[in-house]
Design a binder for this molecule. Structure first.
Ligand code: AMP
Length: 450
C-alpha cells in the first residue's frame, strides 16, 4: 500500500486516482530512502515503476502552499524527448492536486517558446541535456537553487555521448541537497565515473538485475491445481510482477470473458478481445493499450494476431496454446526490439504434456517457478522412484493405480529430466496427452483458438 510511505495526502490521493494499488519493488525500495534525503543509485528497467519512485519523493519535498515561483527547485535529465515527455506526463499526473508546476525542455521544440516558459520558472524542469545546455548558454536558465537532481536512464545518456553535458548541468546545480541516478544496467566504467562525480555516499538499489542478465524474453511455467487456482496465480502476478502492459491468453472466448470479468471486479483497467468482438472494439482496445490507458488485455489467439504494442512486456498463457507456433506467436508479443519480456505459462496436470511437447518443439526448457504465496499441490508429473534401480523397469509398478492411459501419460510426460524416455527427436513424433494430433501437423493448421 502506498499509505505505508510518509507521503503528503495530496500525493496519496493522486496515487489512488491513478489506481496504483501496490508499490512496485523499485518503489518499495527507493521511496523511503529518497524521502529521507539520501543520494540514490538505482538499477531498474523502464517499466519497473521507477518514475514514480523518484517523482513522488520529489513532489513531497516540493509540497507547500501556493506562492510566486522564483527558482527552479528540481531537475530531471533524460536521454530522449519521448522519455522526457512521458516523464512530464507522469509528474503532472502525480502533482494534479498540488500547486507544483513542471516544464519541459527538449530538442526539436521552439527555442523562444521554451525561453518564455523558463521565465515563468517551473518548480520542476524536465529535459534532455543538449537543449538544456543551449538554454543555459543563452542565459535563459538558472539552476543555482536546484535542491534535487535526477538523472534518469543515465547509462543511456552516456551511450548517447551526453557524459560531459550531464556533468556540466550537474555542476550548475551546485547547491543541490540530493541526487538520484537511475540506470537500466549496472553500466561500465563510464557510469562508475559519473556516479563518483555526481553522487554523495549513494545507497545502491538493484531491483531487476536477473532479467538484465538474460536479455530477450524469459519463459517460465508455474504449475497450478485447477483453473480457479490459476486465477489466484494470475491475480498474484498482476499485482506483484513489474510490467508496463500485459496480455493474458486463453484458448476460448468463454474463458477470456470470465477472466476479464474478474479483472474488472478487481478494478484493473483491462480489455478483452476475442472472435465475438468486431474491428471497432479491437481498434479501441489496441489504441487504449498503446496509449497506456489500459495495461491488460485478455485475448484469444485469433484476436491477438498482428498485435504490435510497444511496452507489452508480460505475456501470461492462462491456457497453454494448442500448438508450438501459437506459443511462439503469443510470446512474440513481448520482448520486442531488444526489450525485456516475460512469458509465463500456467500449467495444470492437463496442460503438462502439451507444455513439455512445446518445450521439445522449441528445443528449450522453460524456467520452473514457484510462488510461495499461491503455491498449490501439483508440481508436475511425479518422478518415478526406482529405489536405486533403473527407472524404466520400475515405471509400471509405481504407476499401479493408474489405468493404461495413465501409464502412457507417464511415459510421455516424464517431465524435463526424463526426456530420454520420450520418442525423440523431432516434433513429428510428439503426441499430446489429450490425444490431439502430433504437434508438427497441428502447427500447420489454420488457427482454431476459439
Ligand atoms: P515506469 O517504469 O516508471 O516507466 O512505469 C511503467 C508503468 O507502470 C507506467 O505506466 C506507470 O504509470 C505504471 N506504474 C508505476 N508504478 C505503478 C504501481 N505501483 N501500480 C500500477 N502501475 C504503476
Amino acid at each position: 500500500m502506498f499509505s505505508q510511505f510518509a507521503l503528503h495526502e495530496r500525493l496519496l490521493k493522486a496515487v489512488a486516482e491513478l489506481n496504483f494499488v501496490e508499490p512496485t519493488p523499485v518503489q518499495t525500495a527507493a521511496i523511503p530512502l529518497a524521502l529521507e534525503g539520501h543520494d540514490l543509485r538505482v538499477t531498474a528497467q523502464t517499466g519497473s515503476g521507477k518514475t514514480a519512485a523518484f517523482v513522488l519523493p520529489m513532489l513531497n519535498r516540493l509540497m507547500g502552499p501556493a506562492k510566486v515561483r522564483v527558482d527552479i527547485r528540481a531537475v530531471i535529465l533524460l536521454p530522449t524527448r519521448e522519455l522526457a515527455q512521458q516523464t512530464l506526463k507522469e509528474v503532472e499526473r502525480f502533482s494534479q492536486f498540488t500547486f507544483i508546476k513542471a516544464g519541459l525542455i527538449t530538442g526539436g521544440e521552439d527555442f523562444k517558446v521554451q525561453a518564455a516558459m523558463l521565465r515563468k520558472v517551473p518548480d520542476i524542469l524536465i529535459g534532455t541535456p543538449g537543449r538544456l545546455l543551449e538554454q543555459l548558454n543563452a542565459g535563459n536558465l538558472d539552476l543555482k537553487q536546484v535542491e534535487l537532481l535526477v538523472l534518469d536512464e543515465a547509462d543511456r545518456m552516456l551511450d548517447m555521448g551526453f557524459a560531459e553535458d550531464v556533468e556540466r548541468l550537474a555542476g550548475e546545480c551546485a547547491n543541490r541537497q540530493q541526487t538520484m541516478l537511475f540506470s537500466a544496467t549496472t553500466g561500465g566504467s563510464g557510469l562508475r565515473e559519473m556516479i563518483g562525480k555526481v553522487l554523495k555516499d549513494p545507497q545502491h538499489l538493484q531491483v531487476n538485475s536477473v532479467s538484465e542478465l538474460a536479455p530477450g524474453t524469459r519463459q517460465q511455467i508455474i504449475t497450478a491445481d485447477h483453473n480457479v487456482h490459476k486465477e489466484q496465480v494470475l491475480n498474484w502476478l498482476l499485482a506483484n510482477e513489474t510490467y508496463q502492459k500485459a496480455i493474458i491468453f486463453t484458448n476460448t472466448r468463454a474463458m477470456a470473458d470470465r477472466i476479464y470479468g474478474r479483472l474488472v471486479a478487481l478494478e484493473y483497467k483491462a480489455f478483452v478481445l476475442h472472435g465475438d468482438k468486431d474491428q471497432k472494439d479491437r481498434k479501441l482496445a489496441i489504441d487504449r493499450l498503446k496509449q497506456g490507458g489500459v495495461k491488460i488485455l485478455v485475448a484469444t489467439d485469433v484476436a491477438a494476431r498482428g498485435l504490435d504494442v510497444d511496452g507489452l512486456d508480460m505475456v501470461i498463457n492462462f491456457d497453454m496454446p494448442r500448438t508450438g507456433d501459437d506459443y511462439v506467436h503469443r510470446i512474440g508479443r513481448t520482448g520486442r526490439a531488444g526489450g525485456e519480456g516475460l512469458a509465463i505459462s500456467l500449467i495444470t496436470h492437463g496442460d503438462w504434456n502439451l507444455m513439455s511437447s512445446i518445450e521439445r518443439y522449441l528445443k528449450q526448457k522453460f524456467e520452473r517457478r514457484t510462488i510461495k504465496e499461491v503455491k498449490g499441490t501439483y508440481t508436475g508429473p511425479k518422478k518415478v522412484k526406482a529405489s536405486g534401480k533403473a527407472v524404466g523397469v520400475k515405471k509400471k509398478k509405481t504407476d499401479g493405480k493408474g489405468d493404461k492411459k495413465g501409464d502412457k501419460k507417464k511415459a510421455v510426460t516424464k517431465g524435463p529430466t526424463k526426456r530420454k524416455s520420450v520418442n525423440r527427436p523431432g516434433a513429428e513424433s510428439l503426441v499430446s496427452q489429450d490425444g490431439m494430433a502430433p504437434l508438427k501437423k497441428r502447427v500447420t493448421r489454420p488457427p482454431v483458438a476459439e
